[in-house]
Design a protein around this ligand. Sequence first.
Ligand code: HEC
Length: 97
Amino acid sequence: MKLRIATAVVASISMLAGIPALAQDGATLFKTKCAMCHGDQGQGKPAMNAPKLVGTTKSVVDVLTKGGEAKAPHIKPMSTVTADQAAALAAYVKTLK
Ligand code: HEC
């Protein structure tokens, strides 16, 4: 019950401030845009040639918004990810263990 109230308070503060609920969005975005290559928990998928993201030393925001990696799909910025989404995803990736 306490947790529910806390969640509701956080949600309404974020709404009032116009700040998206970062961690939550990040999880959803990750599932829909990244997990197919990097795995549900960011553990990587050898079959997709995709490295694990747990403990990555690279800037997730830069990889998504600037590209610059050797291999697709990160040679160029990802057109399917906005700057806001990249920030939410970066925050989410930091929570992966
Ligand atoms: C089509 C498969 C695919 C998708 C979708 C994808 N990635 Fe990747 N990702 C890769 C591959 C392959 C590499 C390795 C690129 C290289 O080494 O040049 C990579 C590398 C990365 C790296 C660098 C990791 C490191 O330590 O070297 C980050 C960060 C990353 N991806 C984040 C993401 C995020 C966040 C998403 C979701 C928006 C995402 N990727 C979606 C395939 C994918």
